[in-house]
Structures are given as structure tokens and as C-alpha cells.
Design a protein around this ligand. Structure first.
Ligand code: CP
Length: 361
């Protein structure tokens, strides 16, 4: 069987048996992104294209004429923001990205306000949304639900693309895209992402941003990852197997202070206790995995401190004013890379690049 068939050419039973790596090409259409669901569908060339497009969008948007040009790209399309889990950054940056490219947005931010409370299935609910819009951007607590929706909508007479804005404990591909864009910008005068060492710290077991970004880093040459966490919160074996298969070098550590001087980027994460049914992780002492002000002197001068946010105590607020703290830049970068992703899904990337080139001359 050809395992890389488009979603409208494969049954749900056959599709759901595929590994994430095998599913990833099914989300493309004629080599372009149609659905954006898993990190594993983004090759290095796609990542580089998206980052350079995000930079075009960011620079074009600096002028009123440029902003108007961007808004004309998708003024006749509508998007649905369906967020069945809480969100500040992802929701707002997608809403802002839609405004940048002229897409009108509707939203459901709480399933208790949709007809799901009357017993409608989540599938029927999303299918209803798809009748009104041209794009669905969704966050859902159930891992794999965005894939099910994408398969279902691909097999209707009016396929609508789906962007995964965070699903279960497994995937947060657009957060990983903004993290890559931030790393690329941080190291643009330092050889890029190739050869860099990235330390992931905190709750790596349930941190979907870590899982998505770790895989994207396999697309770069000579990157090394450190996974620094208490044993109970260490990274999953499944993602380590994917890193092994991709030939990426990594080490597991419990000693944060030993890793700090070796890292080019330190990616802090909070304890994800919203997944904790019995409050088990509240009993784990994670204080030795906090980035404190005194750690700044251990960090390379060229190093960066990242966090997908929201944070709790894992980064001292006294660190925020250090130029190596880039987590607020990540937030802003999220809007640009998400605008670039939306433009790519709708095939407007060429027009935006051409406009940018004309303005540069
Ligand atoms: N980083 C992130 O996903 O933040 P929100 O949960 O606020 O969207």
C-alpha cells in the first residue's frame, strides 16, 4: 500500500494505523501545506520558506500601504477559531495573524457555549463550523482529534484546511514554528540553528511544545538536545525513538546547572498539572529546574532563554530584562509565523514575496 496518500484517498481505519511520520505527508496537497497538524510534516525547506515569508510579512506590515496589501490577500475568506482549551497567546496571535492577512474570524472558546452541551458530537460541531468558513484553527484536549477532523473534512464536498493550535499532550506544531523562527532570528549572525545545543527544561513528559520543537530540530545539522527534568517528568520514549531514527544527538540530565553553560538556547517549561488527575506532580520538587537570576552569569553571552509561556516560578522575573531572555519576542514572532502559515495554506505566499521584492528595489 502507498502509505503517503492524500486524506481523501485513504480510509480512516487505514490512516489511523499509520505512525506520525507516515501520516505527515498526507497533510500536504501537491507538495504544499494544506492541513498543519503535526511537527513531523515540516521539512527543513518548508521551515526555511515559512521563516523567510514571516520576515517578508513582518517588514511589509511596517507601512500602511503594506498592511493594506496584506489585508487584501484574504479579505474574501473566513476562519473559525475553535478553542476547547484555555489559551491566551495562541488564540490571540492567530486572531491577530488573521487580521494581518485580512481573514475575518469567528470563534468558539468554550464548548459549553456550543451545541455540544445538547449532545452534539464534537465531529458534527466542527463540521457545522466548516460550513461557514474557509479555515479551521483548533485547540482540543484530545490528542489526535485535529487529525480526525482533517480526515473528515477532506472527505466532504468542500474540504476545509485545519490548523492544529495544540492537541492533547502530544502536538503544538505552530508553537514549534514560532520557536524555530525565534531561534533563527536569534542566531542569524551566529551561524543559524545548525550546530547549536538546545536544553529543554521542566515538564518534558506532558509538554507538547517540547515534543514538537524537539522533532523540528532534527531538520538542522549537528543540533544537540539536552532533556533536563526530574525522572517523573522526563521526555517520552516515543519522541526519543524519533530523534534516534533522525540521527539527532541528545542527552538526558537531572543537573540543570551543569547544562546551563553548554547550551546555546535554554527552553524552560512549566509543570503541566492541568493533566494531573490526582495532583501527583504537585508533590515533585522542581525548584532545581528553575532559571534564577544567578544563573545568568553561567549562560553563554550569545545564549538565549526561551519559554512557550505561560510561566509560573520557573523563570525569575528579574531575568526578563536580560537581553538574552527572548520569551516576549517569541510571543510577537508567533503572530508573524502564523500569518505566514495561513498565507501558505491559501497559496498567497508567491504574491507576498513578489510584493516584498518590488518594495525592496
Ligand atoms: N504557548 C501557548 O500555547 O500559550 P497559550 O496556552 O496561552 O496559547
Amino acid at each position: 500500500m502507498n502509505k503517503t496518500r492524500a486524506l481523501d484517498q485513504i480510509t480512516w481505519e487505514n490512516f489511523s494505523e499509520l505512525s506520525t511520520m507516515e501520516k505527515a505527508p498526507c497533510f500536504l496537497k501537491e507538495g504544499r501545506i494544506f492541513h498543519a497538524l503535526v511537527a513531523q510534516q515540516f521539512s527543513r525547506s518548508l521551515l526555511e520558506d515559512l521563516c523567510s515569508l514571516a520576515t517578508c510579512v513582518r517588514r511589509i506590515a511596517k507601512t500602511r500601504t503594506g498592511s493594506r496589501f496584506l489585508q487584501e490577500q484574504l479579505f474574501d475568506r473566513r476562519a473559525m477559531l475553535y478553542f476547547a482549551q484555555p489559551s491566551s497567546r495562541t488564540y490571540l496571535s492567530f486572531a491577530a495573524a488573521c487580521q494581518v492577512v485580512g481573514l475575518d474570524c469567528m470563534d468558539v472558546r468554550d464548548s459549553s457555549t456550543s451545541s455540544e452541551v445538547k449532545g452534539e458530537s464534537s465531529e458534527d460541531t466542527v463540521r457545522t463550523f466548516s460550513s461557514y468558513v474557509d479555515l479551521i484553527i483548533m485547540r482540543h484536549p484530545e490528542g489526535g482529534f485535529a487529525e480526525r477532523v482533517a480526515w473528515m473534512l477532506s472527505n466532504t464536498s468542500r474540504p476545509v484546511p485545519v490548523i492544529n493550535a495544540g492537541s492533547g499532550k502530544d502536538q503544538h506544531p505552530t508553537q514549534a514554528l514560532l520557536d524555530i523562527y525565534t531561534l533563527e532570528r536569534s542566531f542569524e549572525n551566529g551561524g543559524g540553528i545548525d550546530g547549536k545545543t538546545v536544553a529543554f527544561v521542566g515538564d518534558l513528559k506532558r509538554g507538547r511544545t517540547v515534543r514538537s520543537l524537539a522533532w523540528l530540530l532534527t531538520q538542522y545539522e549537528g543540533v544537540k538536545a539536552w532533556f533536563v527534568a526530574p525522572p517523573e517528568l522526563q521526555i517520552g520514549e516515543d519522541i526519543l525513538q524519533q530523534l534516534d531514527a533522525a540521527g539527532m544527538s541528545y542527552e538526558i540530565s537531572f543537573d540543570f546547572e551543569k547544562v546551563i553553560p553548554q547550551a546555546d538556547a535554554i527552553y524552560m517549561t512549566r509543570i503541566q498539572d492541568e493533566w494531573d488527575l490526582n495532583n501527583e506532580s504537585r508533590a515533585i520538587d522542581t525548584s532545581m529546574y528553575h532559571f534564577k537570576k544567578e544563573h545568568l552569569k553561567m549562560l553563554k553571552e550569545t545564549g538565549v532563554i526561551m519559554h512557550p509561556l505561560p510561566r509560573r516560578a520557573e523563570i525569575d522575573t528579574a531575568v526578563d530584562s536580560d537581553p538574552r531572555a527572548v520569551y516576549w519576542r517569541q510571543v510577537r514572532n508567533g503572530m508573524w509565523i502564523r500569518a505566514a502559515l495561513i498565507l501558505s495554506v491559501f497559496g498567497c505566499d508567491r504574491a507576498v514575496r513578489d510584493y516584498y521584492k518590488e518594495q525592496e528595489q
